[in-house]
Design a protein around this ligand. Sequence first.
Ligand code: SAH
Length: 352
Amino acid sequence: MMIHDTWDPVAALRRDKDLPDDALVELLDTDKMDEALAAAADSVRRSIYGDQIYVRGLIEFTNYCKNDCYYCGIRRDNRMAERYRLTKEEILSCCKKGYALGYRTFVLQGGEDPFYTDEKICDIVSAIRTGYPDCAITLSIGEKPRESYQAYFDAGANRYLLRHETAEEEHYNKLHPKELSLANRKRCLFDLKEIGYQVGTGIMVGSPYQTTKNIVADLRFMQELKPDMIGIGPFITHRETPFAAFPKGSLKLTVRLISVLRLMFPYALIPATTALGTIHPLGREMGLEAGANVVMPNLSPVQVRKKYELYENKICTGEEAAECKSCLEQRVAGIGYRIVTDIGDVKRGGNE
Ligand code: SAH
């Protein structure tokens, strides 16, 4: 028998942490290998992170945004969005709740809101740093000049999430207005890395106009960036956006891509995202079983949760933080993993 007759793309991907472009396209376009992919991804993840699931307390502190991304429900031109901002005291009280629940990472996410000047962000970050010296502070507040990133880092931030959204310029320009550029998005990511942040990037699966080739380009970009965290979730339609008529992304493809990411980036921190839990009641569980090892429960005050509406029907907008925690704990235990109280830094080894 000829050797390529028995060629197993999953085994090859696991061994080489890579495949040629055409093999990646094929693997992403079929559901035939899904079980084998998930099993390999779970085995790799268990060999590095065991059965541990890291938790990040997500604080959505503003839904004001100066940008007008075509997919996003809190885009500037959505006049229907009810805007809100949290005060420093409100943010600190979220951290207090989260700490008591065992969370050792706080993620401050928001639209690009000029109200929060660098000075204000630094003040908030250093207050959290002083109050919670054993915690990681993650920012996810969009594109900034390098000096701003440096100032936040000096104030005590350690991680930054900034999805590149898509690595091909033509596609990027179909998702964003012309003031925004892929070149600047990438510049931000490399600046963040150089400054010393643990950096997360990622994409929406099934965003309008996305092709499988786009996704392969995303994987190639990630190989160049070597991110510590990789967040992906399905695109979900929001009625008050220019993409109101586009279908949502596929559950299966999102889960498959999580497995591919685990095999290509064994050490990466990969969340089972809220968007994944939104398109299917067991979406997050499927993500964890396919190689994800992080969950990001919402710590925002309940009265603002519905207003941070990036997409429709977002889950977990009604419960208090403590309810979210016990719900997640049960879900995670039910599929054989364990939520831990841990800062949850990336384990180094293979991604360098
Ligand atoms: N302003 C910050 C945070 C953006 S919100 C920034 O620019 O990074 C976080 C992520 O939500 C985005 O990066 C995007 O990938 C995702 N998102 C936005 N709209 C979405 C939608 N309609 N469906 C699914 N994910 C969406």
